[in-house]
Ligand binder design. Structure first.
Ligand SMILES: *Cc1c(COP(=O)(O)O)cnc(C)c1O
Length: 362
């Protein structure tokens, strides 16, 4: 086997990597999250010893003890980020240091050990480089999934003493089938996603587990995504199952729910910066479902869109709830949404100026 020791990682190339011609076929229509690359990173943590045994090696299953803590108490966090192939052939990532920082904030909330940010970044970069052949061309990207879970075999209830940090990668096409088409939302008036003091701001698997029944309800009503209201009053719009939400008003003001119980999206933050640079009055303030419906009816609300790493910027066309349905604008997105999407994807792809140095070339 071809094993190498770099500064911090033991590198083992996958001798059974997918052949280039087979890979090319898979990359023609990768979809999202169903195809996986040849390698993975693993780094172990042991209380008293810290992070150790960093390895970049063939992607393979974990062997877990049935008492493994994550299987019982869900001590798990993750990140989602993308590697892009730029026009000049180089590989770039978008604000990866923000993912590293947020990962440690999630770790803190879930009583897990922080991982040094430079180690997190090196892990992601090493994987993107060794699996660079898996980055699709065109509008595709390589979706990178760093995650960490409690690996200690122990059924007592306390923070675990052992963890595994891992990064896997998956080539991705457009997240929503049909590209930039507007999506429909189902307003969950029964289920909530996050409560004050809870884990809403942490990127943990448990939040997703709790959201799936509401997402299934959305699908049952023919909607693409669920939108959650706040847990205390069931009144204020929070976010989608895995995306933040923005509202564009007739006077050009842009409103997005404030941080607290929502996930602090890096796309959300970037959109706010880009919109302010374009002269929009961007406000992080509570927006109620009742106001949303009234503003859509009166025409005060012109556009709404969802955003996140996976789906980038996606217009919202229709909203359905037990109280009835409504359409935003012409139901097909709008110019402000589109111009923000073009700006953001242009920066990510290296075709639009990047004044804030968001693009990190590997
Ligand atoms: C990851 C995530 C987002 C989007 O965050 P980005 O950093 O923009 O990808 C929004 N909401 C939830 C619940 C998420 O998990």
């Amino acid at each position: 086997m071809d094993v190498q020791q770099t500064s911090r990682f033991t590198v083992t190339r996958n001798s059974r990597a997918v052949a280039a011609d087979q890979r090319a076929v898979l990359l023609e229509d990768p979809g999202f999250g169903r195809i996986h690359t040849d390698h993975m990173v693993t780094i172990r943590y042991t209380e008293g010893q810290g992070w150790h045994s960093a390895a970049l090696g063939p992607r393979e299953p974990f062997l877990l003890d049935p008492a493994c803590a994550v299987l019982h108490y869900a001590q798990e966090i993750f990140e989602g980020m993308k590697a892009y192939r730029l026009a000049d052939g180089s590989i770039a990532m978008f604000r990866p240091e923000e993912n590293a920082r947020r990962f440690n904030e999630s770790a803190h909330r879930m009583a897990m050990p922080p991982i040094p940010e430079d180690l997190f970044l090196e892990a992601v970069e090493q994987l993107a480089k060794i699996d660079a052949g898996w980055i699709p061309g065109g509008e595709g990207s390589l979706y990178m999934r760093p995650f960490m879970f409690a690996s200690e075999a122990f059924l007592g209830v306390r923070p675990a003493n052992e963890y595994i940090f891992c990064v896997i990668a998956s080539p991705a096409g457009a997240y929503f089938k049909g590209g930039k088409k507007a999506v429909s939302l189902w307003v969950s008036e029964h289920y909530t996603r996050a409560a004050p003091g809870g884990t809403g701001a942490a990127k943990c698997g448990g939040n997703y587990a709790a959201s799936l029944i509401a997402q299934a309800e959305a699908s049952k009503h023919g909607c693409d995504q669920v939108v959650f209201l706040d847990a205390a009053e069931h009144k204020w719009v929070e976010e989608l199952g895995g995306m933040n939400i923005f509202f564009v008003m007739e006077d050009g003001a842009i409103v997005t729910p404030p941080l607290g119980t929502i996930l602090p999206g890096i796309t959300r933050d970037s959109i706010m910066t880009l919109a302010r640079a374009k002269g929009h009055d961007v406000r992080e303030e509570p927006y109620s479902f009742a106001q949303w419906r009234a503003d859509a009816a009166s025409g005060r609300l012109r556009e709404a869109f969802a955003c996140g790493t996976a789906a980038v910027v996606t217009p919202i066309g229709t909203v359905k709830s037990v109280e009835g349905d409504f359409t935003i604008g012409n139901g097909d997105g709008g110019m402000v949404t589109e111009s923000l999407r073009v700006d953001l994807t242009g920066i990510q792809r290296g075709t639009v100026a990047d004044p804030a140095n968001w693009v990190h070339r590997l």
